[in-house]
Design a protein around this ligand. Structure first.
Ligand SMILES: [Zn+2]
Length: 182
């Protein structure tokens, strides 16, 4: 069984504010009892994360006894420039101007690289209407996140819409939920 993740991805945070905002949201999650204040080895890779707190159900709406027994069950607060995606399968793009939907057009990879390498916004034109938008404004289905800040929950039950929305409100930013399997 693979590990699955849900990442609340901040579409608007800048690189210079991601650290502070990440810490502020973590503190709020600790105050709510949703995650622990102490970081442990509970997320994949070399990162450390925060295990579920006594009230983790506030984030999910449902409890899962299994979660607390897992070795990988933490929150990883990611404060570096990242492309969050489901990690498997295909995806489509939806133009926010004309709502047309299609597979990644020529130029998509370049736009992603440009954004990721911080060399520009990664402008890409819609093959249908010609509208030009930064890669971060393109809707991906399933969702992708282009972000300097992400809250990655490992093996948690589905995060509730309310919870995801509340994080966005506390950040004062647009957020998108990206999920997938490792
Ligand atoms: Zn279009």
């Amino acid at each position: 069984m693979g590990d699955w993740f849900q990442t609340v991805s901040d579409r608007d945070a800048t690189e210079s504010e991601s650290q502070e905002l990440g810490a502020a949201i973590h503190q709020w999650l600790v105050d709510e009892g949703i995650v622990s204040s102490d970081a442990t080895d509970c997320v994949p890779g070399s990162d450390i994360g925060y295990p579920p707190g006594p009230n983790y159900q506030k984030a999910t709406g449902e409890s899962d006894d299994h979660l607390l027994k897992l070795a990988t069950n933490g929150l990883d607060v990611i404060t570096k420039r990242s492309v969050f995606h489901s990690g498997q399968g295909g995806f489509e793009l939806i133009c926010s101007a004309c709502s047309d939907r299609f597979e990644a057009p020529n130029g998509w990879g370049d736009a992603v690289s440009q954004w990721y390498e911080n060399k520009g916004p990664g402008i890409m034109a819609c093959p249908h209407c010609g509208g030009r938008q930064p890669i971060n404004e393109w809707k991906h289905d399933p969702p992708w996140g282009f972000a300097n800040l992400g809250f990655e929950f490992w093996n948690w039950p589905p995060l509730s819409d309310d919870f995801v929305q509340t994080i966005g409100e506390r950040l004062g930013h647009r957020v998108v939920l990206v999920s997938g399997k490792l």
